[in-house]
Design a binder for this molecule. Structure first.
Ligand SMILES: [Zn+2]
Length: 461
């Protein structure tokens, strides 16, 4: 960008305008990118991870096209859920949330997600949240309730509902022209009300509170992201991502409080990924129909296979999770790895024709299903050299993040070497019965034998 480089056109679907738009960042220097991160009160389920894999893929596309990207992700370490569950576990909020933060960071690595430039913890930005609340009070857009909590008056923000398409006209308001109010962090569209910016302390909060100019209390969940985004990226940013369930109320409220405070457009491109379903229902903690990454690891499934499976669908379509489908994806991924290993040690040049097609796909609102199909085409193409295929696969993988560059040929265990030699000899003697028995023995060690023109090859299953 600052080098005067011309980028290929990238189109992205913007939830705000409900159409695909050509990406054009606010600043020439770098793309300002914020992702709503996890609430660190439990192990996220794999449906939650779709949001982080989507954000990572988007970031990789921008990097691939030569943009500099400043990516921030928050960690919600104080809200209704973290307080409730830390108390259940008899732990301090800090100890409790630190544990799940560490687990989350491990999962991110398993999924080949590039770490954001910074993870912002909500508890590190309480001063900024208080300042923003004070500003909104001063402007008359927020008000204090009897218990000392501060609420945002949604009727005072003309564009309330612009992201989610919510129309307030028919909703009841009271004598002061207010909507009634809700102190809870999560609520539905049919329950749109004034939401809490600051929650005055009550007994249920236990020892979780800050003594501030707003009184003793804690921030509401929605203002956390606005304050952290502004503190790290500035008043206006390019991209803000999250799952579709963040659109209302979380992102709608973020827009209201941020734009009311600054008088400027908060985010240029709002982007959201769809749900992961189980039996056609949303995977969720409350329905107990979820898998965690640990469940997959316990079943011996490589978490990257989950990433691979998700990339087979566009991020804006709902996917129905079935364990057998994931196992099928893992088999396909291993097959790709094996074919990649067969390409040998030399890396040649990226095939430019394939690269152009790849760019056309990923720059079209992240069309990863077609990009993956193209990856298979490259690997199967007889007309390009192995070395060039290898370079092209590695080039695509900058976006796909399937970890090809880290695949190594494993050292064969001694017993396997012995069995392999015996089988080779049996085949040379055309003793297929022994050769078959030896194949089974090799299988029991967790390896698979394939007979090729250049002799037998052994793969880890
Ligand atoms: Zn958020």
């Amino acid at each position: 960008m600052n080098s005067g480089k011309i980028h290929n056109k990238i189109s992205l679907y913007n939830t705000l305008t409900r159409k695909k738009e050509t990406f054009s960042p606010i600043s020439k220097k770098e793309v300002l990118f914020y992702s709503c991160g996890p609430t660190v009160y439990n192990y996220p389920h794999i449906g939650n991870y779709r949001a982080y894999i989507f954000a990572d893929t988007l970031k990789r596309v921008l990097l691939y096209e030569g943009y500099k990207v400043k990516h921030i992700m928050n960690l919600t370490d104080v809200d209704d859920k973290t307080i409730r569950d830390s108390q259940k576990n008899n732990q301090t909020l800090k100890d409790f949330t630190e544990f799940y933060t560490k687990e989350f960071l491990k999962d991110i690595k398993y999924l080949n997600i590039i770490e954001p430039k910074k993870f912002t913890k909500a508890t590190d930005y309480v001063d900024e949240m208080v300042d923003m609340t004070k500003k909104l009070l001063k402007k008359g857009l927020a008000y204090k309730s009897d218990d000392g909590s501060v609420y945002f008056n949604i009727k005072k923000f003309e564009n309330y509902g612009k992201l989610s398409g919510l129309i307030l006209e028919n909703q009841k308001e009271n004598a002061q022209g207010r909507m009634g109010r809700i102190k809870k962090d999560e609520y539905g569209k049919d329950n749109a009300q004034d939401f809490a910016l600051w929650k005055a302390w009550d007994e249920a909060d236990g020892d979780v509170f800050w003594e501030t100019e707003l009184g003793k209390g804690r921030p509401g969940w929605h203002i956390e992201c606005s304050a952290m985004s502004m503190a790290t990226l500035g008043k206006q940013i390019d991209i803000h991502t999250g799952g579709v369930d963040n659109i209302f109320p979380h992102h709608e409220n973020e827009i209201a409080q941020s734009e009311a405070a600054t008088g400027k457009q908060f985010v240029k491109y709002w982007m959201h990924n769809e749900w992961v379903l189980v039996d056609q229902k949303k995977m969720s903690k409350s329905d107990k129909n979820f898998y965690t990454l640990r469940d997959l690891l316990d079943k011996g499934i490589d978490p990257v296979a989950y990433r691979f499976w998700l990339l087979m669908a566009n991020y804006r379509t709902r996917v129905n999770f079935v364990l057998e489908a994931l196992e099928g994806a893992e088999t396909a991924l291993k097959r790709l790895y094996n074919l990649y290993l067969e390409l040998g040690a030399d890396t040649g040049r990226v095939n430019l024709e394939y690269q152009q097609k790849f760019k056309d796909f990923i720059n079209d609102d992240l069309d990863t299903p077609r990009a993956l199909a193209l990856l298979w085409d490259v690997i199967k193409d007889e007309n390009i050299s192995k070395a060039d295929k290898k370079a092209t696969v590695l080039d695509f993988d900058k976006v796909l993040g399937l970890g090809f560059e880290n695949i190594k040929v494993e050292k064969m265990p001694e017993e396997l070497k012995k069995l392999s030699r015996e089988r080779e000899a049996a085949r040379q003697n055309r003793d297929f019965k022994t050769s078959d028995e030896l194949r089974k023995k090799i299988n029991t060690l967790g390896y698979e034998v394939k007979d090729t023109e250049e002799g037998q090859r052994i793969y880890k299953i």
